[in-house]
Design a protein around this ligand. Structure first.
Ligand SMILES: CSC[C@H]1O[C@H](OP(=O)(O)O)[C@H](O)[C@@H]1O
Length: 346
């Protein structure tokens, strides 16, 4: 990105506009290789989003804005918008950015390319401020938490700046030792590959677990909180996030562990009544079957591969946005959260 503020260089820069094209970290190659790709066309950007070379709801919005700059240069703005919109259906950031970019171009007297470049840069700044605010509010809320479970990757790689849930953990680690329990996040392992990589860059202890160990470890480890990110927050407070989040929220409720959703306002979708109204991305069954050599070839064996699930609002103890914290007043874990912040003198 062009205008990331003066945060430490330990935060990776997952994409930046080099003046002509979009330069990205290919997130599929991490942590083994820090490979960069140069995306020269809108179709390149859509392909990178579909393949998860670029991922994370806020970053999808930013990438889409730059993808439209390339589409405008190609004189194919409408086609580019349709291509990007179809790349991934669940995070609201993608269609929201495309709709806004189309409206901004319609209202502008400048060239579409110049207008969209300015809009993309504005969006970068919005997400930079969102990351700053969420991590500040989240680190205050969880000031006394030292062992925190998280899902997927919600750091700089998914947002372009400090991050949401992972950003809170990293910011908290500036005040004292913190251990992040990273659910590996099957099948594409964003937790095991990407969160552990980001945490290592910051010198924060990362413990990777298989997703199916989450509930068992809530019984045996002193887990202070679960913090997750968001692809879309529906009007009724339902959280649509990485597959596995719902099960972890149920387990956290059963063990009295606060469950916190870290949500940029760009991922809040007040126009969608509930989580049941959101299209859940169904990915290639091969992403599941090909993990075990030979399984895909067995007769009659198939796979379901939903990329996201819906966590009902009642399971969420608090939502942190860049504007502040909204606590679920009747959640018994809210008292535990307040005790935590009281202990920290907040
Ligand atoms: C702040 S990143 C938001 C979001 O993105 C992740 O999904 P994906 O890796 O499939 O793009 C995950 O659900 C995170 O919570």
């Amino acid at each position: 990105m062009t205008a990331v503020s003066n945060i430490p260089t330990a935060y990776p820069v997952p994409l930046h506009w080099d003046g002509e094209a979009l330069d990205i970290i290919d997130q599929r190659a991490l942590p083994q290789a820090e490979r960069r790709l140069r995306l020269n066309t809108c179709a390149d950007v859509a392909d990178a989003i579909r393949a998860l070379a670029i991922r994370g709801a806020p970053l999808l919005g930013i990438a889409a804005a730059y993808g439209l700059v390339l589409a405008a240069r190609e004189g194919k703005l409408a086609q580019g918008g349709a291509l990007l919109r179809a790349a991934r259906p669940t995070a609201v950031n993608l269609p929201r950015t495309i709709d806004r970019c189309v409206a901004v171009v319609a209202a502008s007297t400048d060239s579409p390319e110049a207008t969209l470049l300015a809009e993309a840069q504005r969006l970068v700044n919005v997400e930079v401020n969102a990351s700053d605010g969420i991590t500040r509010h989240g680190a205050s809320l969880l000031a006394c938490a030292r062992t925190i479970m998280t899902v997927c990757n919600t750091g700089a790689l998914g947002t372009g700046h400090r991050g949401t849930a992972l950003g809170i953990i990293i910011r908290l680690a500036e005040t004292g030792p913190v251990t992040a329990i990273c659910c590996e996040t099957r099948p594409l392992l964003q937790g095991a590959r990407l969160s552990s990589w980001e945490l290592s860059r910051h010198g924060v202890a990362a413990t990777v677990i298989v997703d199916s160990a989450a509930a068992a470890l809530m019984r045996t480890l002193p887990i202070d909180a679960v913090v997750v990110g968001c692809d879309r927050l529906a009007a009724n407070g339902d959280l649509i996030n990485k597959i596995g989040t719902y099960g972890i929220a149920l387990a956290a409720a059963a063990h009295g562990i606060p469950f916190i959703a870290a949500v940029t306002r760009s991922s809040i979708d007040a126009a969608t009544p509930s989580g049941d109204d959101v299209e859940i991305e169904q990915r290639d069954p091969g992403e599941v079957l090909d993990l075990v050599p030979g399984v895909a070839a067995l007769p009659g064996v198939t796979a379901l591969n939903p990329a996201f699930d819906v966590t009902p609002a009642r399971l969420i103890t608090a939502v942190v946005t860049e504007a502040g914290v909204v606590r679920h007043a009747s959640d018994p874990r809210t008292a535990r959260l307040s005790e935590t912040t009281d202990r920290a003198g907040l």
